[in-house]
Design a protein around this ligand. Structure first.
Ligand code: GUN
Length: 282
């Protein structure tokens, strides 16, 4: 029996806990404020940002998108981040990835005040997560942990294989699973005989950005499969990194694309924005 995760319902459930927290901040004269920096106009980024902006506005979060041209210099971008770090009315800062090639991602991320780090990507917060003392954490893996918890997937001692090693998903996901006592393997584009690795997994999480990359032959019957891909097919349709039709019947729990992990990413960013605000008020 396969359970297909309803990411939208879970996201709405988690978001329902926020209005009382936001009202309590407002009673203290504080409106949570999130600033999203977009460099250039990548259409996928524009769409993701619009989803974040809409949800934040709906919750009464003060949200603004700061648009910078694709040609912005590293120095100009760092100056913008420094100004937001210094502004006491701003509680959470996010620089949408990917950045144009001439910019140094790592330096840009490192410039964000760790106390305002909405994505949890700064070296300080990544280090805290890997030390087992998490502060702000990346939204997508946090959302996946929420799914695993809600669908009662046992983690202690479970074999988890993370396919992908990005700063946004793979690395923090591996740390969170490790912190939850799973036995974690991180596989990636250089892994030899990937199928033999993923077939050992009780839980497979895939974030590679290649449509239908994970096939039935790569999955152990009864496994839990989490698909982080948001991939576009030639006909424009959105699909995931998992060959859902073939893989789903093998699994105990699987996330669809869309309406799987995606809604959780947005919800977790909202939760983190409120939490960052609370910690700056107290
Ligand atoms: N690009 C894709 N996902 C994300 C995310 O969660 N945060 C940021 N900043 N950029 C992204």
């Amino acid at each position: 029996m396969t359970t297909v995760v309803d990411g939208r319902a879970l996201a709405n459930d988690l978001l329902n806990a926020l209005p009382p927290r936001i009202q309590s901040l407002q009673a203290q004269g504080v409106v949570p404020a999130l600033r999203i920096i977009q460099v250039g106009d990548d259409p996928a980024s524009t769409l993701y940002i619009r989803n974040k902006e809409r949800r934040a506005a709906k919750l009464g979060i003060d949200v603004a998108v700061i648009q910078l041209p694709a040609t912005v210099s590293q120095a100009e971008l760092l100056a913008k981040i420094a100004a937001l770090n210094a502004d006491p009315a701003v509680h959470a800062i996010l620089v949408q990835m990917p950045l144009p090639g001439h910019l140094d991602d790592a330096a840009v991320v490192a410039a964000i005040d760790p106390a305002k780090d909405a994505d949890g990507f700064t070296p300080t917060n990544a280090g805290r997560l890997w030390s087992g003392d998490p502060g702000p954490v990346p939204a997508t893996p946090a959302g996946i942990m929420a799914i695993l918890q809600r669908y009662k997937v046992p983690l202690r001692g479970a074999r988890a294989v993370m396919v992908g090693r990005s700063r946004i998903v793979g690395r923090p996901m591996a740390a969170m699973l490790l912190n939850a006592d799973a036995t974690v393997t991180v596989a990636h584009s250089q892994t030899k005989d990937l199928a033999s690795v993923t077939r050992t997994a009780d839980i497979v999480i895939i974030a590679v950005g290649i449509p239908h990359f994970l096939t039935a032959a790569m999955v152990k019957p009864g496994a839990v499969v989490i698909d982080v891909g948001i991939d576009r097919l030639a006909d424009g349709k959105v699909t995931g990194d998992v060959d859902f039709a073939a893989v789903a019947p093998l699994t105990s729990v699987i996330t669809p694309v869309p309406r799987g992990v995606g809604p959780l990413t947005v919800a977790e960013l909202m939760i983190q924005t409120v939490a960052l605000t609370e910690s700056q008020v107290r």
